[in-house]
Design a protein around this ligand. Structure first.
Ligand code: ATP
Length: 357
């Protein structure tokens, strides 16, 4: 087991205008489950591949424990990676696939077999040890790929979208299994996904990347409750947080008849004339008075409902979404009034998107 440290780590690709990963500073604790998340092209795979030794580091360095691995070959790093496509050897049985790295490392047959059987038991793969990958389901192949990594007892596991080839139900089951397994093995895990639900449910901490830059690294709860900027606020949460650019007055910012105070200290002396007001869908209530919303779509989920519609705030038309467990949710075509608890809103600078206060 070991910690992982990125220190000002940068990766440039030839011909690309901006770095794929730009001066990344990130410390991952020994035994931690760290999820890298962000939209397509944000640099999460490149970060993982630099750690694996598959992508060149142009400046800065990477440490595993106190070893500087920046210039090391992948095989010297004591890591095991699970890829999106599993990369199993088709001509080998499950047992041979799982034991291959040990065989290469010169481990004797008896020990290899014992380790493979132990891990196969952990992953419910015992009945399939003599099968070839083509005779397995997608979920079983995924478990073989994980088993192959676990058998090696590496210091760090790396996983790049390992669930993306599974159907929705299996994804949910498997993400729980992976999270439980990691806690049981207590091996440091760096896990890449573009799916924010996966990130929130699996990670001890989640690192959010955008355009090659780390935006925030925090616990799922902290990311959701105190996003550091507009990007994180809009990315984490489904449906996404409502974000409105509104004028700032001496009293604060007004959402209908509710005025959210914004103190001058909060602004840190920056001359903001507008701010971005963020409201999670579950913090909007249907009330007798408030901001009027014309309902376009209602999604009933059984336990609660999402209501999508249009409103006019700050003089311009805006899309808005509310979520609640109303016994009788509004219907398409209805006009309802929305109110917000001023204690539940998020305020960001409109100039650079940073959180205010
Ligand atoms: P995705 O979820 O789509 O896989 P990602 O967040 O993992 O995205 P990366 O694959 O790390 O993103 O790519 C980061 C940036 O680097 C992207 O803008 C991508 O176009 C660029 N990039 C990746 N590989 C190369 C390459 N071999 N040459 C040039 N640019 C590249």
């Amino acid at each position: 087991m070991a910690s992982v440290t990125f220190e000002g780590t940068t990766c440039l690709f030839p011909g690309s205008n901006s770095p794929a990963v730009d001066k990344l500073d990130l410390q991952i604790e020994d035994g931690e489950f760290l999820v890298l998340v962000g939209p397509s092209g944000c640099g999460k795979s490149t970060t993982l591949r630099m750690l694996a030794g598959l992508e060149e580091v142009h400046s800065g360095r990477i440490l595993i424990g106190d070893r500087d691995v920046t210039g090391q070959e992948p095989k010297e790093r004591d890591i095991a990676m699970v890829f999106q496509n599993y990369a199993l050897y088709p001509h080998m049985t499950v047992a041979e696939n799982m034991g291959f790295a040990l065989k290469l490392a010169g481990t004797n047959k008896t020990e290899t077999r014992a380790r493979v059987e132990e891990v196969a038991k952990m992953l419910d793969l015992e009945p399939y040890l003599d099968r070839k990958p083509k005779a397995l389901s997608g979920g079983q192949r995924q478990r073989v790929a994980m088993g192959r990594a676990i058998v090696r007892q590496p210091q760090v596991f790396l996983m790049d979208e390992p669930l993306s080839n599974l159907d929705a139900k299996l994804r949910v089951q498997t993400r729980t299994q992976i999270a439980q397994l990691q806690r049981r093995l207590a091996t440091t895990m760096v896990y890449v996904t573009h799916d924010q639900v996966e990130a929130m449910t699996m990670g001890d901490r989640v690192a959010v990347l955008d355009k090659g830059i780390l935006q925030q690294c925090a616990s799922p709860r902290e990311l959701y409750n105190r996003p550091k900027n507009v990007f994180v606020a809009g990315f984490m949460g489904s449906p996404a947080m409502n974000l409105f650019t509104l004028p700032l007055t001496d009293r604060g910012v007004a959402f209908g008849d509710v005025v959210v105070p914004v103190s001058r200290e909060t602004l840190n002396g920056t001359p903001e004339t507008e701010v971005v007001l963020g409201i999670r869908p579950e913090h909007l209530e249907i009330a007798a008075a408030g901001i009027p919303m014309d309902v376009d779509v209602v999604e009933e989920l059984g336990s609660d409902a999402y209501v999508y519609g249009r409103t006019t705030i700050g003089g311009s038309p805006q899309q808005i979404v509310a979520r609640g467990d109303w016994r009788n949710p509004p219907q398409k075509g209805d006009r309802v009034n929305l109110r917000v608890d001023p204690g539940k809103v998020h305020i960001f600078a409109s100039s650079d998107g940073r959180r205010l206060g």
